[in-house]
Design a protein around this ligand. Structure first.
Ligand code: GAR
Length: 210
């Protein structure tokens, strides 16, 4: 059974999708802890409702990003995770952190990376006149939203879409692709090779040109 630790900052709808997926019992994994940098994150309540231990660690209690990440690493490592999952964890991570979890750290981002790293992705896609948008699951590296791609979900931007409507539709995609990527990893089908190539069933996935 693979041990998963999920990091959140907010609503935790992706966490919920992961928990619902694991509850089906087909994926050999369990979420052993949910950690938030915000004590009022609704995702913590979702975790408690599922009987999962929760931890809240505020970045505001630390004098530096390095000090916060060091404490966060200690907390995560006390869970002995096989995989660490960023699910709306809105903190930039230090190189020490991303290196420590290299090959076992996932993120989900609300755009078709490498487009629109950072914030306000839905608005930026609409303003650019894009016809396509979506979400990406990727391995986390030192480069913000720049690690090797695992899977993307894609949708059409409709003329009547606004940032809120797009966010809602992208969320639905996220709830499909994140459990899928986690399932691949937990079934030992997905690995990150030392040269940064993502292997699914020993075959290379196409590079995103990050
Ligand atoms: C998701 O849309 C996720 O892609 C995004 O935060 C949202 C969290 O929603 N993450 C980022 O923007 C990270 N750069 P949730 O709390 O309902 O899962």
């Amino acid at each position: 059974m693979k041990r998963l630790v999920v990091l959140i900052s907010g609503s935790g709808s992706n966490l919920q999708a992961i928990l619902d997926y694991l509850a089906q019992g087909t994926c050999p994994a369990q979420v052993t802890a949910v950690i938030s940098n915000k004590s009022d994150a609704y995702g913590l309540e979702r975790a408690r409702n599922a009987g999962i231990p929760t931890f809240s660690l505020s970045h505001k209690d630390f004098s530096s990003r390095e000090a916060f990440d060091a404490e966060l690493m200690t907390l995560i490592d006390s869970q002995h995770p096989d995989l660490v999952i960023l699910a709306g964890f809105m903190r930039i991570l230090t190189p020490e952190f991303t290196r420590h979890y290299s090959g076992r750290l996932f993120n989900i981002h609300p755009s078709l990376l490498p487009k629109y790293k950072g914030l306000n992705t839905h608005q930026r896609a609409i303003e650019a006149g894009d016809k396509l948008h979506g979400a990406t699951v990727h391995f986390v590296t030192e480069e913000l939203d720049g690690g090797p791609l695992i899977v993307q979900g894609q949708l059409d931007i409709n003329p009547e879409d606004n940032p809120d409507s797009l966010a809602q539709r992208v969320h639905i995609l996220e709830h499909q692709i994140y459990p899928m990527a986690i399932d691949w990893y937990c079934c030992d089908r997905l690995t990150l090779s030392p040269d940064g190539t993502v292997l699914l069933d020993n075959a290379s996935l196409p590079s995103t040109g990050h």
